[in-house]
Design a protein around this ligand. Structure first.
Ligand SMILES: Cc1cc2nc3c(=O)[nH]c(=O)nc-3n(C[C@H](O)[C@H](O)[C@H](O)COP(=O)(O)OP(=O)(O)OC[C@H]3O[C@@H](n4cnc5c(N)ncnc54)[C@H](O)[C@@H]3O)c2cc1C
Length: 390
């Protein structure tokens, strides 16, 4: 088999890349190890920057998003039992969109079904070969048979645990990493959200986040230990703990109900540099992970796809390779700003088990400064809504 761009991974990013390339007349094949049913049900991110909404719309998958999304003009930061609103729109001129990653995934899969894109689901044992040659290859097995695809380029969109990054020799990749001493226990439920905007709470028992996927579907998170067993958390225990952490006026109106999903996610900051090796280009979680506090993971992944699409289109349409050569640096400039913001938001809002009394007091001072300073709130707002592409 032969194609122009071989894509490893059929998550939101691999499918968005396939969609943008397909619409530009560039052939591609995507290999995904999971089933379509699994992908449609996978619960993850939920907050989209305007730049992400724009590119999804440009990819022709913005109709349902435009109809069903919730627009948020602000968010709340709570500490010492009090809530403080940050007016994102007034401070930055921009808003954010609430629309679940599972919905983005479904929209992309439906669009590909209609377009007839070649997506191989349940592709096992994917491996990458000849990356520094002009004809890199992807090998995989399906239904007991081994297949090989010869490509011009390979895009590694297979997430943090994928095979693409592992295919780069260790001596040419630099890893920067911070593993946090806690994780997030997330719960999804068909209940009315406790507030019409997000509430980030710093509490002595640990961080809590009240967010949502729609007007009738809530998503809540609790800071827990990194090795927490989700089976130790009954729905009752979750609701009781959430009530303890969020401000009393929010707890008083918290609607509870059975969980649709509960899971624990460890928190990590991670960057692998550079994002290119020969004819392999890494994008999204395969190259970088942020703690979800700043809601940047999916948004960063989408920006990588945007830059990679521009570079591939320039190559195929006019033989230009400067955008391919500059791809890694262009992505990393933005990735590191989002890394800094996500790390800062995590430090501001979480309780670190090893924190010295001095550090705890300094965190309190930083929170007080934030809610008392328009300059500090503006800095938060412009990062939260998404920095300019640059
Ligand atoms: C539990 C969890 C919760 C999250 N919550 C948030 C949040 O609230 N806000 C936020 O902004 N971000 C969040 N994120 C991050 C966000 O979901 C990711 O940044 C986003 O999914 C990145 O998209 P991606 O396509 O790069 O990677 P992924 O979504 O991980 O997609 C990679 C795809 O590659 C496939 N794959 C992996 N290995 C192989 C292989 N060997 N062969 C073939 N296919 C393979 C996988 O099955 C998957 O479909 C969360 C992530 C996780 C894991």
């Amino acid at each position: 088999m032969r194609t122009q761009v071989g894509i490893v991974g059929g998550g939101p990013e691999g499918l968005l890349l396939a969609r943008l390339l397909g619409r530009a007349g560039i052939e591609c094949i995507a290999l995904e190890r999971r089933t379509p049913e699994y992908l449609r049900a996978r619960i993850r991110a939920g907050l989209l920057e305007q730049g992400t909404v724009d590119i999804l719309t440009q990819a022709g998958v913005g109709d349902r998003l435009a109809r069903e999304r919730l627009i948020h003009d602000g968010l709340e930061i709570a500490f010492d039992g009090k809530r403080h609103r940050i007016d994102l729109k007034a401070l930055s001129g921009k808003v954010v969109t609430i629309y679940g990653q599972a919905e983005v995934q479904k929209d992309l899969m439906d669009a590909h079904d209609a377009m007839g894109t070649e997506i191989v689901y349940e592709a096992d044992d994917v491996s990458l070969h000849g990356l520094t040659s002009d004809t890199p290859r992807l090998r995989y097995s399906k239904g007991g048979q081994t297949h090989e695809i010869t490509c011009d380029f390979i895009a590694g969109c297979d997430g943090f645990h994928g095979v693409s990054r592992q295919a780069i020799p260790q001596d040419v990749v630099r890893i920067y990493e911070r593993v946090y001493p806690f994780g997030w226990l997330g719960m999804l439920s068909d209940t009315t959200p406790v507030n019409h905007e997000l509430i980030y709470t710093n509490h002595e028992r640990g961080f809590a986040l009240c967010t949502m996927r729609s007007l009738t579907r809530s998503r809540y998170y609790l800071q827990v230990s990194a090795d927490e067993d989700v089976d130790d958390w009954s729905d009752d225990r979750f609701w009781t703990e959430l009530r303890r952490r969020i401000p009393a006026d929010a707890a008083a109106v918290l609607q509870t109900g059975p969980s649709l999903e509960k899971s624990v996610a460890p928190l990590r900051s991670f960057v692998a540099e550079p994002l290119r090796y020969g004819r392999l280009f890494l994008a999204g979680d395969s190259a970088h992970i942020v703690p979800p506090t700043g809601a940047k993971g999916l948004n960063l992944a989408v920006t990588d796809v945007r830059f990679l699409t521009e570079a591939l289109v320039a190559f195929y349409k006019s033989g230009q390779s400067d955008l391919l050569d500059g791809y890694s640096d262009r992505c990393l400039a933005r990735v590191w700003k989002a890394q800094r913001f996500s790390w800062w938001m995590t430090n501001l809002t979480h309780r670190f088990p090893e924190a010295l009394p001095f550090e705890r007091r300094a965190q309190g001072a930083e929170l007080a400064y934030l809610v008392g300073s328009k300059a500090a709130q503006t800095a938060l707002a412009e990062n939260y809504v998404g920095l300019p592409l640059g």
